[in-house]
Design a protein around this ligand. Structure first.
Ligand code: R5P
Length: 282
């Protein structure tokens, strides 16, 4: 197993990644000769600093490919996975470009967690790349049950894209509608509507999503559930990017917020490596 330094919170790194004085990335895979003709699991995060981390992955994959290895890239969070549709003419289909580049560089397969554009657990081919999306939904739910001391818990997803995370547990989904892009340098589509009329009065509720980015979705969902008179409101997601101070805002608005360590954060309470081990992926 090859481990990048950006996963040192989970495993001991055995790949070197450094920077040249001008900021360009340097990578080296010690003992690469032994990998010729063999499958190799490469654990490397593609976030934070997605553009830089992606380029490092391309360098490692290409180096492995040239040495005759057959690498499976294991990246817990797949950046650019939300740009999977063309909204305005002339936009880049970033999710597909990324997968195609990973394949071209030498990835035989990609394993990731709750891949946004797949909207389900399982295998698929996208941009010519074989992808396996492993869901963290069950372990997040188990963790939530522990937090409410085994009391009953309703599970709700804040939009249809995350419905697969809750459906197996009798959960329902809210309806989210995004509007046009906001003006300015930053590209973001405002949430126009987020609704769901559920009977949550006096009940514990877990709102479960694939990711919390700016927190806009989760904050609206919490507001909605609280207005319905819920007892405890818990928020969880596989990936916690927590941009724009959203972790503090969420902590202040609900009873508990937690995510996995796909992206390290102060509330990465659920580990992803045991899930990959249980599935025989690592
Ligand atoms: C979107 O469809 C995803 O499932 C998440 O709901 C979304 O990406 C979260 O983004 P934000 O935290 O910025 O609302």
């Amino acid at each position: 197993m090859l481990v990048s330094p950006n996963l040192s919170d989970n495993l001991t790194p055995n790949i070197e990644i450094k920077v040249f004085p001008d900021g360009e990335s340097y990578v080296r895979v010690p003992g690469i000769r032994d990998l010729a003709g063999k499958g190799a699991a490469l654990l490397h995060r593609l976030y934070p600093e997605p553009d830089k981390s992606i380029f490092q992955a391309l360098l490692i994959l290409d180096t492995l490919r040239k040495a005759g290895a057959k690498p499976t890239l294991i990246s817990p969070y797949l950046p650019y996975a939300r740009q999977d549709k063309i909204f305005l003419e002339g936009e880049a289909l970033s999710s597909e470009v990324l997968c195609r580049m990973l394949k071209l560089a030498g990835a035989e397969r990609l394993v990731t967690l709750d891949c946004h554009f797949m909207k389900k657990e399982g295998k698929s081919v996208y941009g010519g790349l074989e992808i396996e999306s492993v869901s963290m939904g069950n372990v997040l739910l188990e963790h939530a049950r522990m937090k409410v001391n085994g009391e009953e818990l309703e599970v709700i997803s804040p939009d249809a894209g995350a419905a697969y995370l809750v459906e197996g547990h009798g959960g329902k989904s809210m309806k989210k509608v995004r509007g046009e892009y906001v003006e300015g340098e930053e590209t973001y589509r405002r949430i126009e509507k987020l609704e769901g009329d559920f009977d949550v009065k006096g009940r514990n509720v877990l709102i479960l999503d694939d990711m919390i980015s700016t927190g806009g979705t989760m904050l609206r969902a919490v507001d909605n559930i609280k207005k319905g008179g819920a007892k405890k409101v818990l928020c969880a997601a596989t990936h916690g990017l927590f941009l724009k101070g959203s972790l503090e805002k969420l902590k202040a608005s609900c009873d508990s917020v937690f995510v996995t360590d796909s992206i390290p954060s102060p509330v990465s309470e659920v580990k992803f490596m045991p899930v990959l081990k249980e599935k025989g992926i690592v």
